[in-house]
Design a protein around this ligand. Structure first.
Ligand code: 9MR
Length: 335
């Protein structure tokens, strides 16, 4: 493995300033534990959890903005952009949203009103700081012929819940860029579903400005060819593309080992090569891709610890557990 000890560590955001914004998902802890690293290398942040429905409106009309406010203040004081994540999702949405006082499902009009009130309150509060929002997250099925994931939003409102969310969001903050965000975005079957959904929104003149490719990838999947095809397909719709949750797991799908306390050298080599190839593709599409956000900043904290395999640590980022650049970092900044 190459050593770079004599080299000064360049700032990732500066290396890419003529290409994309470089973002990291953060939480209340990491804005403290990773503060220096974030300030040096990133010019955009996303709240990993603190702006989700459940976190921000756990009970009807009771908003808990404290942590989200802290993250917004952190972005502002460091001159970083802030992506909003996320308004309408099947996950992390409290049960009260869909129920009346007796526990029965509410009707369409009630749910639409709740959707609108939530979007108005949250987008209204961060109008000055948040430049774009993941308005609807993960609304498409991974497999099978159905386009729409079965959710309470779909069940109660119907298929137009998606366009309603975008319309309410556009009314709440006409300046904000509005995104549809999903994972498995490079899988050819799901790619076509996402394409179809977004195209139908555009055809109906729904205010949508971008597609978020979550990009939870590993050392081999998705293939480079599938990544490139997905970017081209989405870009053909004429919207902005953001990579919203990039990480590269060092474990392939069938690797369920839990005994590693540090990544094997060959994992790190493969990861470096993978990041090298991925960023090569991303630079090719700099006209369409405007922002790349990692779902974390350094290997000391990742949602992939314990997921999907309990008791297993992962090392998916460009910086190691001590916030030092990995070989993956050097492959991304040297081109
Ligand atoms: O990283 C997030 C993790 O801490 C939460 O427990 C989980 C459930 O809210 O969400 C994770 O982030 C997800 C993101 O919001 C949407 N795309 C998939 C991400 C990873 O699961």
């Amino acid at each position: 493995m190459t050593t770079h000890t004599s080299l000064e560590v360049p700032s990732l955001k500066k290396v890419y300033e003529n290409y994309f914004d470089i973002g990291a998902a953060v939480n209340f802890q990491t804005i403290m534990t990773q503060r220096t690293l974030l300030a040096q290398h990133f010019n955009s942040i996303t709240a990993e959890n603190d702006m989700k429905f459940k976190n921000i409106q756990p009970y009807e009309g009771q908003f808990t903005f404290e942590k989200a406010d802290e993250l917004a203040a952190f972005a502002q004081s460091n001159g970083m952009k802030l992506r909003g994540h996320t308004l309408i999702w099947h996950n992390q949405t409290p049960e009260w949203v869909f129920q009346d006082v007796s526990g029965e499902l509410v009707d369409r009009e009630t749910l639409l009103q709740r959707m609108k009130d939530h979007i108005n309150a949250v987008m209204g509060r961060y109008k000055e700081t948040i430049f774009c929002w993941d308005v609807v997250n993960e609304a498409v099925t991974d497999e099978g012929p159905e386009l729409y994931r079965p959710t309470k939003w779909l069940e109660i409102i119907g298929e137009d819940y998606i366009e309603k969310a975008f319309e309410f969001a556009h009314e709440a903050d006409p300046e904000a860029l509005l995104f549809y965000n999903d994972y498995n975005e490079s899988n050819p079957q799901k790619r076509e579903k996402i394409y179809k959904l977004v195209k139908s929104l555009i055809d109906k003149s729904v205010p949508i400005h971008g597609i978020g490719l979550q990009a939870h990838w590993n050392l081999v999947n998705p293939s480079l060819e599938d990544i490139r095809t997905a970017i081209e397909r989405y870009a053909s719709l004429g919207l902005k593309l953001h990579l919203t949750e990039l990480d590269v797991s060092v474990f392939n799908h069938d690797d369920k080992r839990t005994d590693l306390t540090e990544p094997a050298p060959e994992m790190l080599e493969m990861q470096a090569e993978r990041y090298h190839q991925v960023f090569h593709i991303l630079r090719d599409y700099r006209d369409s891709i405007t922002s790349i956000t990692f779902w974390g900043a350094a290997d000391d904290y990742t949602w992939l610890n314990d997921f999907p395999v309990k008791g297993r640590k992962n090392w998916p980022f460009l910086f190691d557990e001590n916030h030092q650049p990995k070989e993956s970092f050097w492959k991304v900044v040297q081109f």
